[in-house]
Design a protein around this ligand. Structure first.
Ligand code: PMP
Length: 359
């Protein structure tokens, strides 16, 4: 239809929609979900709770109780507040909207989470990706130089990083935070598996905001993310946030789950134990480079000519295991596969399929 072509932005016309692979019948280790369902008693309790929620009413945008619980359970420091998102993807969008002055530069290490750049593009902001070193550590001198040159309004640092899985050195991040002339958001989506966090340091740096999500600790389908920072920042993001972005069911369920946070901590701990069991097994396979991980996934590179990674991915899929193939994306991820840590039997099947595919 020619009207579509004349109305929709050319860059949008040229894009493809976000693709999620069909995982039917496969062991799903592609998108960093937590493999565990809630304990049955808690699931039943939630079913009863949901039955009582007034879905005929709009959510109350301030979501006071949920925000208070997040501040308390996630140790958000005094003087700081949180603003909620329909997943942290939503936070990335409305935070970018809030800084989107004409020409404001958005910067992030590269490769990193694709949404940082996509949202910059949607708001027509120049995006500068600063290449990571070959071992996926931050090239801090190059980053500081890029900051000096481009004076970014917004810097995103995923800590740990997706898709590489490593946590950048705290010192390097600190240097970037100190040098940045604008806002720095530390995206701690994988914090439950990392141990380190910038949350307790929010008052130390005026320019710092921390973003988190509950997606990786068993609640990906619920869609709840948040930004934590000095109240002055949070008040502004609250203006570009769609007022009813958090639906009443998510709000009610999240409150009940955060009142039982040990259940979430427990699911994350089980995944962490599995990561530590799986990493040495992967290192024992020949033909593979295994990158260090502080997240709930491990990035590996299949040694060999371009195309071998995709062949291994396809062979694993034929063996019933779906992982994520990065060949054809960012050039430094040629032949790389991202393996989400699942439950023990899923991980065993994944290792078997990978070993088989590498033979
Ligand atoms: N940040 C990072 C670094 C991620 O990897 C992801 C999910 N892949 C997100 C944010 C978004 O997660 P969600 O929208 O589920 O909160």
């Amino acid at each position: 239809m020619s009207r579509v072509r004349s109305v929709i932005r050319p860059d949008v016309l040229a894009m493809s929609a976000y693709h999620v692979a069909d995982a039917s019948g496969l062991i799903k280790l592609d998108v960093m979900e937590n493999p565990y369902r809630l304990p049955e008693a808690l699931a039943k309790d939630i079913a009863a709770l949901v039955a009582g929620v007034a879905i005929n009413r709009y959510p109350i945008p301030s979501a006071e109780r949920l925000r208070a619980l997040i501040r308390q359970t996630m140790q958000v420091p005094a003087g700081c507040d949180v603003v909620l998102g329909n997943g942290s993807d939503d936070c990335i969008q409305y935070l970018t909207a809030a800084v989107a002055r004409e020409g404001a530069v958005v910067m992030a290490p590269s490769p990193s989470f694709v949404m940082f750049q996509m949202q910059a593009n949607f708001f027509r902001l120049p995006f500068v990706g600063v290449p990571l070193r070959e071992d996926f550590s931050i090239d801090v001198d190059a980053f500081l130089q890029a900051i000096a040159q481009h004076q970014p309004a917004l810097v995103w640092i995923a800590f740990p990083n997706n898709p590489t899985g490593n946590a950048f050195a705290l010192d390097d991040i600190e240097k970037i935070v100190r040098a940045a002339p604008g806002l720095v958001v530390i995206d701690e989506a994988y914090q439950p598996f990392a141990g380190a966090s910038f949350m307790s340091r929010l008052n130390e740096f005026d320019q710092l905001v921390v973003m988190r999500t509950l997606s990786k600790v068993g609640l990906a389908g619920l869609r709840l993310g948040y930004l934590a920072g000095r109240s002055e920042w949070i008040a502004e993001f609250n203006k570009t946030r769609p007022p009813f972005n958090l639906n009443v069911l998510t709000e009610a369920v999240a409150i009940r789950l955060l009142e039982n946070k040990s259940v979430l901590d427990d699911m994350a701990a089980r995944v962490l134990t599995e990561r530590e069991r799986i990493a040495p097994l992967l290192r024992g396979l020949t033909g593979l480079t295994v990158y260090p991980s502080a997240a709930n996934f491990i990035l590996v590179r299949v040694n060999g000519a371009p195309g071998r990674g995709t062949r291994v991915f396809n062979a694993m899929k034929a063996d019933g295991v779906l992982v994520k193939d990065f060949s054809g994306g960012h050039p430094s991820l040629q032949n790389c596969l991202r393996l989400t840590i699942g439950a023990p039997d899923e991980n065993n099947a994944m290792i078997r399929a990978l070993k088989h595919a590498l033979e």
